[in-house]
Design a protein around this ligand. Structure first.
Ligand code: ZN
Length: 558
């Protein structure tokens, strides 16, 4: 095609400027890093000071510390791309030649980037690449020979983070004075400046790579994750890492997590027992029950135990039982002083995604995911039930309004309006819920959709979710089933716990709801604020728009 011909596809596409010797850079010998291959950087306000519609190379001013920070990423073998909205091209404020001169100046000051991805459009063009659409992120990943989920994007405004998450990448927000407070509240990962963002990217990358092996060959590893289905599912990558280094893996879980434990790859045997210091509605401590648990754990004959917990749970009571059961090597995360209860005492900052938090404990105990096993949530293929035949073809939207914790459930009247709006927009809606949520699912489905309330167990729900084009759900188990199936999520996320820790992991996601609502970080099981304002304000049209954003990502719709 000649340069002067109008190419309708080109008009809607990002401009890609690849480095001449793209194969050469960034490859460092050794095993593939577990988390990331590439870092994508917004340009204006992130790498260089924001000079609106700048076409003048003389006005390029890097942010403080940018060159050294980028060189740290290059030295770590990460590939770098710039992903930038330049609507000044569409508006005629500068020419492409001027923009190239600006980019040449940026590279002169900050070093070479492996690719430049530019959206030349403005909002009226309806393109797929202008952030917050995910197109630039997806194009950058392709250009760098990786996938969006192996990329982390650094940007200074909400639309950078939204684009990253909608593509399934991680997103770090580095606020500037122009960043809006609600954008900061909604971001799951915030850094004070570019060097701090880079330091945390490298720290997280390093934290999941073991510096030691587990030592003597591990015949049997005992892994522990109590609490509910979602907790067990997000621990899956870490359990697979342990399974890669041990001949046999025994998982101790609680009754509320048992169905999820049955779905996890790498688990050879399950012991189910409630732990009264973990359960949200605990029974009184029964000394006899704990004595029999201790005996049972001792009978496992484990060489090592790895006790996984959430950031608000203590591993120490169980570590004591494990010591009494005769287990010699015990690893856990503990900010509390563990005395002689732990051999590997690991610590993790707040805000790390739960799957990575668990992977970093596995790494501290000497385990890593083998090459080729991505750090994504996964389910055993043989454990997922076949999907009921009467649901029609794949490609429906699953709407799951409930949650075991009411503070994280979508208010029924909001879910009802969402069901109606989705149906009006032409989506086929399946409304799912547990046996005790039948009244809600019936009410929601009456507004548009098929009521599946109480019809499925977790394995059956996993099968239904796997064939969805998207799942609309709060911060609850089915969000993690969607992540495990690679199905995009519209996350109606109550901010009772950090989104950065509990948001759907490594799957295209749009977050909705008021992230700054007063329930933020309360960890409340039932909403402490009258009216449940964090989710009540969701406009059903936002859900329809979110699905549109995820659909243009291309990766999610099958
Ligand atoms: Zn564009």
């Amino acid at each position: 095609m000649r340069q002067d011909q109008e190419d309708p596809y080109q008009r809607r596409s990002a401009r890609v400027y690849a480095a001449a010797d793209r194969a050469g850079s960034g490859s460092v010998a050794g095993p593939r890093p577990v988390l990331y291959d590439a870092v994508l950087l917004d340009r204006d306000g992130t790498l260089i000071e924001d000079v609106p519609y700048n076409g003048d190379p003389e006005k390029v001013r890097p942010v403080p510390g940018a060159r050294a920070a980028l060189d740290r990423l290059r030295a770590a073998g990460l590939r770098l791309a710039v992903v930038t909205n330049q609507s000044g091209l569409a508006r005629g404020y500068f020419t492409e030649e001027q923009m190239r001169a600006v980019h040449a100046r940026v590279e002169e000051l900050l070093g070479r980037f492996d690719a430049w991805l530019v959206c030349p459009h403005d909002d009226a063009d309806g393109c797929d690449c202008r952030k917050p659409a995910p197109g630039l992120v997806l194009a950058a990943a392709r250009e760098l020979g990786t996938t969006a989920s192996r990329c982390v994007l650094v940007g200074d405004i909400g639309r950078d983070v939204v684009a990253a998450l909608a593509a399934g990448a991680a997103g770090v927000l580095v606020p500037t004075p122009v960043t809006r407070p609600e954008e900061i509240a909604a971001a799951g990962w915030v850094a004070t400046d570019l060097p701090a963002a880079v330091a945390e990217i490298l720290r997280r990358q390093q934290a999941v790579q073991p510096s030691t092996s587990p030592g003597e060959p591990v015949r049997t590893a005992l892994v522990v994750r109590s609490d509910s289905a979602g907790d067990v599912l997000v621990t899956g990558p870490a359990i697979r890492a342990v399974a890669a280094g041990a001949q046999r893996v025994v998982l101790l879980c609680g009754p509320r997590g048992r169905a999820a434990a049955d779905l996890l790859p790498g688990v050879d045997e399950i012991i189910e027992h409630p732990l009264p210091w973990i359960d949200p509605t605990p029974e009184p401590v029964d000394p006899e029950a704990l004595r029999s648990l201790t005996a049972r754990l001792g009978a496992v004959g484990a060489d090592q135990a790895v006790v996984f917990t959430s950031f608000h749970q203590s591993a120490l009571p169980l570590a004591l039982l494990l010591r009494m059961a005769g287990i010699d090597r015990i690893a856990a995360i503990s900010d509390d002083y563990p005395g002689s209860l732990l051999d590997v005492r690991h610590r993790v900052p707040i805000g790390v995604p739960e799957p990575e938090r668990a992977l970093s404990l596995a790494a501290a105990a000497g385990y890593r995911l083998p090459d080729g096993d991505e750090p994504v949530l996964r389910l055993r293929r043989d454990a997922v039930a076949p999907r009921p035949a009467d649901l029609g073809d794949p490609g429906y939207v699953v709407l799951h309004p409930g949650s075991a914790a009411s503070s994280r459930a979508c208010p029924p009247e909001v879910a009802t309006r969402i069901a109606g709006a989705l149906t009006d927009a032409g989506h086929r809606v399946l409304v799912t819920g547990g046996p005790d949520e039948r009244a809600i699912t019936a009410r929601v489905a009456a507004a548009g959709g098929t009521d599946l309330g109480g019809r499925t167990d977790l394995a059956g729900l996993a099968a239904i979710v796997a064939d969805a084009s998207a799942v609309v759900v709060g911060n609850t188990g089915p969000a993690h089933l969607a992540a495990a199936a690679g199905v995009p999520v519209v996350s109606l996320f109550a901010p009772t716990v950090p989104f950065g820790q509990w948001g759907p992991y490594r799957v295209p996601t749009v977050r909705l709801g008021n992230a700054a609502a007063p329930c933020r970080d309360t960890r409340a099981a039932s909403c402490p604020v009258p009216g449940h304002p964090c989710l009540r304000g969701i406009d059903p049209d936002e859900v329809v728009d979110a699905l549109r954003t995820l659909a243009v990502s291309g990766g999610g719709i099958r």
